[in-house]
Ligand binder design. Structure first.
Ligand code: MG
Length: 462
């Protein structure tokens, strides 16, 4: 044991001497494409994310690999479409607080790859890849993370209606009603968690992790609880934004990003750290004023229209990622897996399909990446596919959830570069393009193996 510890310390010291970079992923929950100042929001103030974009690269066609929480996180951490890991389901959209399933042990997370390379690893925030109080195998610490602080699932999944839903006379949500469980490792440290303090506490933990590990390579995975509803902000932010409570929450997330980047600068490791900021899916439109905005994109969370899956994407690495660059090429969260492995000197698994691409040519070299297609799944169903500028919808379903899925034969076709809002179906004029997309889809489908579904298993009711 001591020998292994010494060897891993030695490996860490060697890696640091060789300039092995740290990797930080900050992942918002249900933040829309149009919710940040640098993506055109007129009233939400996000000076830290705007600065991050000005010092780094802002993507305009960046995708999450799913339109809801659980599959999106599985894709980010494994570099694979969730259809390959069984982490999606067409009816059960996400893992719930009584689920026993979770990310299969056979899946290889970015944390596992990096830990093997001597990285310190932490998951701070919302997990949503399995509830460990139902099945200990679901804990982040079983998936490559040495440290964990946060919630096992969304902040709305464990309500205790024995409490009043609203707190005080200001029509504010009552954390006791929502009853979210906050963990440090396997230990439940607070329930109901004071959700007004979650962003602040996550941020303090992240800063501490950076400070403690500044002299060795580390991977910080920082998936925020917000702006998923119910919305809570600390008193410094509550009531501050012209955009109401949603704006308060996003402005506090922005503050948190600034704290993390400052912690890297203060530790003198900003020039050796790749930070990626993104969101797990589009805005939760059915929450009305409490949901965000996809800007000019159509629809939001839960749909495979662009607003459901195209999200903010900002990369920052002073001195490596050129400052102030806007990248209009297609990229996605699964690429963070492959790219993270590459810059850490790790080899992506060779025994399985990996869908993420190495985007270091986009990030560092002003080059291009050969991407054949991007696939839009809703649960286990392939709803749409993008090849180049063209997107074909085989099935559509509204984010507002009023209608069931609609099948399109022939598929609807949109030119996303000319018509990013998906307003004009041009299928009739481009039969050849549709045939090409259908061929790409057939090839993709042929490479997808059936796997056991992870979202169905639940605790038995006694
Ligand atoms: Mg989400």
């Amino acid at each position: 044991m001591i020998r292994i510890a010494l060897l891993s310390l030695l490996l860490a010291a060697t890696l640091r001497a060789g300039g092995t970079p740290n990797i930080v992923i900050i992942y918002a929950d249900d933040l829309g494409y149009g919710d940040l100042g640098c993506y055109g929001h007129p009233t939400i103030r996000t000076p830290n994310l705007d600065r991050m974009a000005a010092e780094g690269m802002r993507f305009t066609q960046f995708y999450s690999a799913a339109e809801v929480c659980t599959p999106s996180r599985a894709a980010l951490l494994t570099g694979r479409y969730p259809i390959r890991s069984g982490m999606c389901h067409s009816k059960i959209r996400v893992l719930r607080n009584n689920s026993t399933g979770g990310l299969p042990a056979a899946e290889i997370t970015l944390a596992e790859l990096l830990k093997e390379r001597g990285y310190a690893t932490a998951c701070i925030g919302k997990w949503h890849l399995g509830v460990w109080s139902n099945n200990p195998a679901n804990h982040p610490m079983k998936h490559g993370f040495e440290f964990q602080f946060g919630l096992p699932h969304s902040n709305d999944m464990n309500p205790n209606p024995g409490n009043p839903k609203l707190a005080g006379s200001l029509a504010e949500q009552n954390p006791a009603w929502w009853n979210a469980p906050l963990y440090r490792g396997m230990e439940l440290i607070e329930q109901p968690a004071d959700q007004t303090m979650l962003t602040r506490r996550y941020t303090e933990e992240a800063k501490k992790f950076i400070e403690v590990n500044k002299s060795r390579p580390f991977f910080l995975y920082f998936p925020h609880t917000f702006p998923h509803t119910p919305l809570f902000a600390s008193k410094d932010f509550r009531g501050a934004s012209p955009r109401g409570i949603y704006g308060d929450v996003v402005e506090e997330l922005d503050w948190s990003v600034g704290q993390v980047l400052d912690a890297l600068r203060n530790a003198g490791i900003d020039k050796n750290t790749l930070v990626f900021f993104s969101s797990d899916n589009g805005p939760w439109l059915i929450m009305n004023q409490q949901g965000g905005s996809a800007g000019l994109l159509r629809e939001g969370k839960g749909s495979t229209w662009e607003g459901g899956m195209r999200v903010p994407g900002i990369a920052w690495w002073p001195g490596k990622v050129p400052a102030g660059k806007v990248c209009r090429d297609v990229a996605c969260t699964m690429d963070i897996f492959t790219t993270g492995a590459k810059i850490a000197g790790a080899v992506v698994p060779q025994d399985r399909a990996i869908d993420g691409l190495d985007i270091t040519p986009l990030l560092f070299e002003g080059g291009k990446v050969a991407r054949e297609a991007f696939f839009y799944y809703r649960g286990t169903e392939l709803f749409a596919a993008r090849v180049g500028r063209w997107k074909a919808h085989f099935i559509t379903q509204s984010a507002y959830g009023k209608d069931g899925p609609a099948k399109h034969e022939p598929p609807e076709l949109y030119d996303l570069e000319n018509d990013p809002s998906e307003r004009f179906d041009v299928a009739a004029d481009h039969a050849e393009v549709l045939r090409q997309i259908e061929a790409v889809v057939a090839k993709h489908r042929a490479g997808v193996q059936p796997v056991p579904n992870q979202l169905e298993a639940v605790m038995e009711v006694k």
